[in-house]
Design a protein. Sequence first.
Length: 135
Amino acid sequence: QQAFGLSINISITAVAREELDERVASGDYQIALAPVHADSASPAGFLMSLTSNGSNNIFNFKSESFDSAVNSLQSLSGNELLKACRDAEATFLVSGAALPLFCSPSYFAIAEGVDGLFVNPENSTVSFMYAIRKD
């Protein structure tokens, strides 16, 4: 900043999850720290969820080239699929629609009838504070 004589003023507003979801959906934000979860175990499935009509496209990202690249993944396998997934991911990230801050490659399973467990994705700790078991 100092080398270029720039200054940045940032105002951070913490909001409830419902308001965050509403504001992101309506585009009423400049930068939002919002979670995106994989609904699929495959990279191609996750990328599909980020397309124009995808279930994870919470930021209204629209790109014909990205959609086309992701749709072509269905006909690929092996190293071709891996390379095409990396190319599609790069297209998405270069667009600036989202910037991943952290990810968790782990899984969290809860037995049927258990509720109220919370996992911190940054360090994978589990909170049992509100945990209950329903019979």
